[in-house]
Design a protein around this ligand. Structure first.
Ligand code: EPZ
Length: 417
């Protein structure tokens, strides 16, 4: 079912468990290709992007099977690097297969991972870094062939802490000859969890959690059992859903240590937070306070993936908020649908939005065009008076196991897949 129906105006109450992280599990699944044995990836979220990655791995000859909430991945039979084009074009996160397959097979042919609604999503940093490691790229129509006769370690400096480029360098460096020093690496928790998985498999990586990573090449890797951390973006989505509806909820397993910037904004929206080893308890005011400035930044700054949801909540804020997007050039696309719900949003230049909070949003028909904008429209529907129908929900299912079930567990009146 590609649409979600929401009868809004209910303050969320209760407890919900936070799923495993999409952006952590995808590079880890790619990394299993380096191991050539069986790995057990636990707390794996059942989301569309994982299903797509599973079909990519199977197209390469891997055996992948669910064992309850874990994925058993055996990559011993992988022989070639031809990635099935049907899955690659639609999924950005397959890009991390590039580094893994170059490491494992020395060659890979894949379709150019396309841009998407939120931006062009260029891959120049990936290509430039891998070229320094001896990879030769050839465009073959809309496909990209990458070949490395001898993958060698290098001293790489990223001009921007690109998450994906950091992942690709790590995945290529582990099996390369010689050491790799990566400076300007992304600091996102998903990089740390990828490094932890690789270390469990026997890789030697120093500087984990910093922007300066040293990878000792030529490691002989073995399989490992690894638990995927909880998804900080899903936790933030539900946190803002609670703030927008004036509710009080417990987010079980929420990785609050990775959400400092998010919790800071949440508190400025006038809610009370209590964090513990078990998760985050949040008690919101009946109406969120306006936040005069939110700026998205690379980790540990406020994450771009929660900008749309924060925009939706600020639309009901008690006052004016200003939100600046510094990571993706087109992440305000969701504004046109929020305006249809009565939001008062004014572009300020090319990267900022001035939000004049309104007392109530009104339910109507809206369309999700990408993952996090779609989640923001669901949150807006929870806050709105009347019925909201969100179409295009296939985008939402890429990253949320079951957003309808989760919000229903918190008392929302939501029907959909
Ligand atoms: C990852 O995308 C995440 N995706 C994104 O989450 C997230 O928004 C992003 O990191 C930033 O945190 C996955 O992990 C699967 P980047 P990625 O490379 O790796 C530019 C979601 O909703 N850039 O850090 O593609 C790029 O255009 C998704 O879960 C280049 O210019 O992000 C962007 O402006 C959306 N050249 C900025 O850097 C390059 O070669 C950040 O991109 C690479 C990136």
């Amino acid at each position: 079912m590609d649409s979600i129906l929401i009868q809004g105006g209910v303050a969320l109450q209760g407890k919900v468990r936070i799923q495993g992280s999409k952006n952590a599990v995808l590079p880890i699944l790619a990394a299993t290709l380096l191991v050539g044995e069986n790995s057990l990836i636990r707390n794996c979220p059942r989301i569309a992007d994982v299903y797509a990655m599973i079909s990519l791995l199977r197209s390469l000859g891997c055996s992948v099977n669910w064992q309850e909430n874990a994925l058993s991945v055996d990559t011993s039979a992988v022989s070639r690097g031809e990635v099935g084009s049907e899955a690659v074009t639609g999924m950005r996160s397959s890009l991390c297969l590039l580094g893994a397959l170059i490491g494992r097979c020395g060659e890979v042919v894949m379709e150019h991972p396309g841009g998407c609604v939120i931006g062009q999503r260029p891959i120049d940093m990936h290509l430039s870094a891998l070229r320094q490691m001896g990879v030769v790229f050839r465009e073959e129509g809309c496909r990209l062939r990458a070949v490395a006769q001898r993958l060698r370690g290098a001293h790489i400096v990223l001009p921007f802490p690109s998450v994906g480029a950091t992942e690709n360098v790590l995945l290529a460096a582990v099996l390369a000859e010689g050491d790799t020093l990566l400076e300007g690496a992304a600091l996102e928790p998903e990089i740390t969890s990828l490094c932890r998985y690789l270390q469990c498999c026997g890789a030697s990586i120093e500087g984990v959690g910093t922007g300066r990573l040293t990878v000792r090449g030529g490691s002989a890797l073995h399989g490992a059992s690894f638990a995927v951390p909880a998804d900080r973006i899903v936790a933030g989505t539900y946190l803002f859903g609670c703030i927008g509806t004036g509710g009080s909820v417990f987010l079980e397993d929420a990785p609050w240590e990775e959400m400092t910037a998010v919790l800071e904004i949440a508190e400025r929206m006038n809610c009370r937070l209590c964090t513990s080893a078990e998760g985050i308890y949040v008690q919101a005011a009946p109406r969120p306070a306006a936040v005069n400035f939110i700026r998205t930044e690379p980790y540990p700054g406020f994450p771009t993936d929660l900008q749309s949801v924060a925009l939706a909540v600020a639309a009901r804020g008690d006052g004016d908020s200003l939100i600046r997007e510094t990571i993706f050039e087109n992440r305000f696309r969701v504004a046109e649908d929020l305006r249809r719900m009565g939001a008062d949003l004014k572009e300020q230049g090319v990267d900022s939005m001035l939000v004049h909070g309104v007392e109530t949003l009104r339910g109507t028909l809206v369309e999700a065009r990408e993952l996090r904008g779609g989640a923001a429209l669901v949150v807006a529907g929870l806050m709105a008076q009347g019925e909201t129908k969100v179409t295009g929900c296939r985008y939402i299912y890429r990253g949320y196991e079951n957003i309808c079930r989760d919000f229903r567990e918190l008392g929302a009146r939501v029907t959909g897949a």
